[in-house]
Design a protein around this ligand. Structure first.
Ligand code: PLP
Length: 389
């Protein structure tokens, strides 16, 4: 079995010009980024004021099809504020997949609210609407129009689906559940810039959405994030509290509530303006890589490349294989691939297993427990050059 995975590692490295070490995902830059960032340095506009922030916000809103985008320091901050302006308060519970990056739970905890974990679906690796509905029937109770958790007596305020590795979640049934149970939909679209659900860009389905531009995401601003919304009032409020809640005035410092210094610096937005122009190329390259990987893994028994659902288009941010644990041992596969220089990672430790969240309420998480032995992420950087032709 080791031999077979050594060969697979060699095949993966071939795709990347036989580099000694192929990371999971690295940023792709050219002269455009140099030009925009240099402009910031030469003009001195590197920090909290400058034209690139406004420009990046405009382009993001255009690209994602929402009315407004507010650029912030990172995706976690975007989620924090998204949940806050969606009305999540202390002692509220928030439904989310237990299989996610820790930021989804952390952003909830920052508001002294409580993550409530639900299983994911095999089709999307994202929140399972069927299991969520069963779970609500099991533990939920409507009291004067508000859903409560019967077991904890806490209100359940929101649902936060996350589009795992860029693959869109089945949103329609989740939207129906939100209507039925008076829950607010907040999308963790951190991984899904360039992903569509039934033809519409992810991140704009709920009241608010959040994106990340961390160094490993499909486009990067170094560190960065954005809040997406179609609600102009909420957008203005998000801008206000992410910029210290300062009342506009030519010289006075007056703040009307406890605000946050979450604004994206101009130099980071400059990177973003250069990066977002290349989304079409990145998406095409990622699809090309999907085809190459599909061919490679077709020939290997007990391994399947994870692909987009029929109802959506994925950005294929992180390429993922599903191994049959009866035929392949996860740790052997991870060991060989990493040793051979093709970076590979398991899926996140489920939130309900982290010391910080193990006491949180949860539904049946049987699929997540199984996926832990089966899901492996492999190199996913969009390639330039020959492979693309
Ligand atoms: C990357 C990511 C975030 C947070 O983004 P940062 O910019 O790293 O703070 C949130 N949720 C998910 C699912 C992510 O993958």
């Amino acid at each position: 079995m080791s031999k077979q995975w050594q060969e697979i590692a060699r095949n993966i490295k071939q795709i990347y010009d036989n580099k000694d070490f192929v990371p999971l995902h690295e940023p792709t830059f050219d002269e455009k980024e140099v030009e925009f960032v240099t402009d910031c340095i030469q003009t001195g506009w590197v920090s909290s004021v400058g034209k690139y922030v406004d420009e990046f916000e405009k382009r993001l809103a255009e690209y994602t099809g929402v009315k407004r985008a507010i650029a912030v320091v990172n995706g976690t901050a975007a989620l924090h504020i998204a949940l806050k302006i969606a009305g999540v308060q202390a002692n509220d519970e928030v439904f989310m997949p237990a299989l996610t990056f820790v930021a989804t739970a952390n952003a909830t905890a920052y508001l002294n609210a409580i993550p409530h974990f639900v299983d994911v679906s095999e089709q999307t690796l994202g929140l399972d609407p069927v299991k969520l509905e069963e779970h609500i029937r099991d533990i939920g109770e409507m009291k004067s129009g508000q859903l409560f958790n019967k077991k904890t007596n806490r209100p359940i305020r929101a649902v936060v689906p996350m589009h795992t590795f860029g693959h869109p979640v089945d949103l329609d049934p989740l939207i129906d559940l939100c209507e039925q149970y008076n829950l607010v939909l907040v999308e963790d679209a951190a991984e899904s810039l360039g992903s569509y659900y039934k033809g519409k860009h992810t991140g704009g389905f709920g009241l608010v959405g959040a994106i990340s531009f961390n160094g490993n995401k499909i486009i990067t601003t170094g560190g960065g994030g954005a809040i997406l919304t179609n609600d102009e009032k909420l957008a203005d409020y998000a801008k206000h509290i992410t910029t210290t809640a300062k009342i506009p005035h030519p010289w006075e410092y007056r703040h009307d509530e406890i605000g946050y210094n979450y604004r994206m610096p101009n130099i980071n937005a400059a990177l973003g303006c250069a990066q977002i122009e290349k989304m079409d190329d990145f998406l095409a390259a990622k699809r090309q890589l999907t085809r190459i990987y599909q061919k490679l893994f077709e020939q290997i028994e007990g391994v399947k490349l994870f692909t987009e659902p029929t109802f959506g288009a994925s950005n294929y941010w992180i390429q993922t294989i599903i191994i049959d644990p009866k035929k392949h041992n996860r740790d052997t596969v991870l060991g060989v691939l990493n040793d051979e220089g093709a970076m590979a990672r398991p899926i996140w430790t489920s939130m309900h297993e982290l010391i910080t969240y193990m006491d949180c309420p949860k539904g049946d998480l049987s699929l997540i427990n199984e996926l832990n032995k089966k899901v492996i992420s492999i190199p996913s950087t969009p390639m330039k050059g020959e492979v693309l032709k």
